[in-house]
Design a binder for this molecule. Structure first.
Ligand SMILES: [Mn+2]
Length: 581
């Protein structure tokens, strides 16, 4: 089953979102800053609209140099501290978040340290007992175990108090993070490209990407026969795919290299996970990272513990790999069913809330909901209502919430403005986590609504689906579709191109296809234009009525269909509407 994947701009976080569930979408040209459309051949126009710049360089991300890691603030100190502890055979604790970014970073850093002969161990906090970030239990563990160095990955930026506690006990701390910084913790080094005082050329790295930079920097200064940073690019690529970071600049290079590596060699744990997923594919792209690997790796931390994910990513022994992969697959199955139940319950709650129709946000809570799925549920509620959304559950006496946002609303900023009703919060523009005292939950919901209403100027936003260019069917041509593929890897800020075809007609009656008749296959033509083009709309049978009409507008990506050795261009339909005359 094809997923309407990277064309949507919703927070995916490794979860399948079908964007055409939102029925009233505005169709909009992606780059509307351009006063008039560029001229020329279709591909030239596309590159102009995308403001790609130097195509020769953009189209070969594999060949790109990445940035010097020492451009990152504190990198020199981090390498020095790390070197000191490796020289002294110190006890090192690798601490990371329970999500995909965190567990891949921990697997990477731990494996690398072990390869160098270090006395390393790793620690993933329990989502339910400890919550997000460098936990007090984790700090206490490091103190009790007499660790001498802690490396935090994908967290730590906002954990000043716990880091200070460890420092008081003589433990050195290196933070590798990419979350929005507030007051910086007093760690020996805080590696975070989002620091205001960090002049690293690219702020969009994942947490795993930041950890990778530390490994690269160390290896530059202290080469070691067992230190091969590039062997971890598979993990860096998965983290970037799962963590909704911009697929631009260095991330495109790191992801392209990671996929290149995975297509030559798959680490045993990933091979096992892909086998369990039942996929028949033999080469991997970003959507496999996002839809096949990320949800499974995430499921461990959602349902049980992220430790199993780390163990699987570093496992080598055949039976151990098999057992762990099965366990993770089972976690993913139960995640799915819990996710469905909680989503249904949350929808019912919102529907029965009389005030919701007037609100600018969706805030919903229930003490019984599983904390591990509330972020996914928030994403699903956005699909339905298209509003910034926070879903809370109760955890250790407080409401713990997970929020997702829509285009144009910086969730982190919105929460910052509601601080008087929040115990703790952290995150990014499109996703964040927070805790709220039970007696303040109503006040928070009201204030959050007021803040977002203000940010929206009290105008309800309309969900928008973007296309790059209007095209004529006669311009659909194999040669440039082939060339366009070099824009990959696709992801946020570099979505796969989508085109508008106006006033198209059926050359033959359209057909419903697939075992469940959910998909549509048709052949399209345009008046006054030479040639027919085949088109497929996955999951589009629900728009059957529109497909019956004489004249449609279509938003579609362009792909090449291979059938019996014949290669022909094909429209992958993303949205349809009746053509307005
Ligand atoms: Mn992250």
């Amino acid at each position: 089953m094809h997923k309407v994947s990277l064309f949507g701009r919703y927070a995916l976080f490794g979860i399948e979102i079908e964007i055409h569930q939102i029925c009233l979408m505005i169709w909009k040209q992606r780059n509307d800053k351009l006063r008039e459309l560029p001229e020329g051949a279709p591909f030239e126009r596309l590159l102009a609209v995308r403001e790609v710049g130097d195509w020769a360089s953009f189209s070969s991300p594999l060949g790109h140099a990445v940035h010097d890691p020492f451009l990152m603030k504190d990198m020199d100190v981090a390498v020095e501290v790390l070197h000191h502890h490796l020289q002294n055979d110190s006890k090192i604790l690798v601490f990371g978040d329970y999500d995909v970014d965190g567990t891949t970073s921990v697997a990477m850093m731990y494996e690398w340290l072990v390869n160098l002969g270090a006395r390393a161990s790793f620690y993933i906090p329990n989502r339910y007992e400890e919550g997000y970030g460098f936990s007090i239990t984790g700090a206490q563990h490091a103190i009790d175990e007499k660790k001498q160095l802690i490396i935090t990955l994908d967290c730590g930026t906002k954990d000043g108090a716990r880091i200070a506690l460890c420092r008081e006990h003589g433990i050195d701390v290196i933070v590798c993070d990419h979350h929005e910084p507030g007051d910086l913790p007093n760690a020996n080094a805080v590696l975070n490209p989002k620091r205001r005082d960090c002049s690293y050329p690219f702020a969009g790295l994942s947490g795993c990407g930041v950890g990778y930079k530390l490994i690269c920097a160390y290896t530059m200064l202290h080469p070691h026969p067992e230190s091969h940073p590039e062997t971890f690019l598979d993990l860096v690529a998965i983290a970037a795919g799962a963590d909704i970071v911009p697929m631009l600049d260095e991330n495109r290079t790191l992801v392209a290299k990671g996929l290149h590596l995975m297509n030559r060699y798959l680490r045993p744990g990933l091979a096992a996970l892909l086998r369990k997923s039942g996929t028949k594919r033999s080469t991997w792209d970003v959507s496999d990272l996002v839809f096949l690997l990320a949800p499974r790796i995430n499921a461990a931390g959602r349902v049980a513990s992220g430790n199993e994910a780390v163990k699987l990513l570093i496992a080598q022994e055949v039976q151990e790999v098999e057992d762990l992969a099965q366990q993770v697959e089972d976690f993913n199955m139960s995640r799915r069913s819990i996710d469905q139940d909680v989503s249904a319950a949350a929808l019912a709650k919102v529907e029965s809330d009389n005030g919701h129709a007037e609100a600018f946000v969706t805030v919903v809570w229930d003490e019984e909901w599983l904390k591990g799925v509330i972020g996914i549920v928030a994403s699903r509620l956005i699909e339905r209502y298209y509003r910034p959304t926070i879903v809370f559950t109760k955890s250790h006496g407080v409401y713990a919430g997970s929020g997702r946002s829509i285009e144009g609303i910086d969730l982190y900023l919105a929460l910052e403005k509601c601080q008087e009703n929040i115990v703790q919060f952290g995150g990014h523009t499109m996703a964040a986590g927070l805790t709220v005292l039970p007696e303040k939950i109503d006040a928070f919901a009201q204030q959050f609504n007021a803040v977002v209403a203000e940010m929206l100027n009290h105008k309800r936003p309309e969900p928008t689906v973007y296309f790059d260019l209007p095209l004529s069917l006669s311009e659909v041509d194999m040669t440039w579709i082939e060339e366009m593929k070099k824009m990959a890897p696709f992801g946020p800020d570099n979505m796969a191109p989508v085109f508008l075809f106006e006033n198209v007609h059926h050359a033959y009656p359209p057909k419903k296809i697939g075992s469940d008749q959910k998909h549509v296959k048709c052949t399209l033509k345009q008046q006054g234009v030479f040639g027919y083009v085949d088109a497929v709309g996955f999951g589009m049978a629900k728009e059957w009525e529109i497909f019956q009409s004489n004249s449609m507008d279509v938003l579609a990506a362009l792909e090449i269909n291979e059938y019996n050795g014949r290669r022909t261009p094909q429209l992958m339909i993303k949205a349809v509407r009746a053509h307005a005359t």
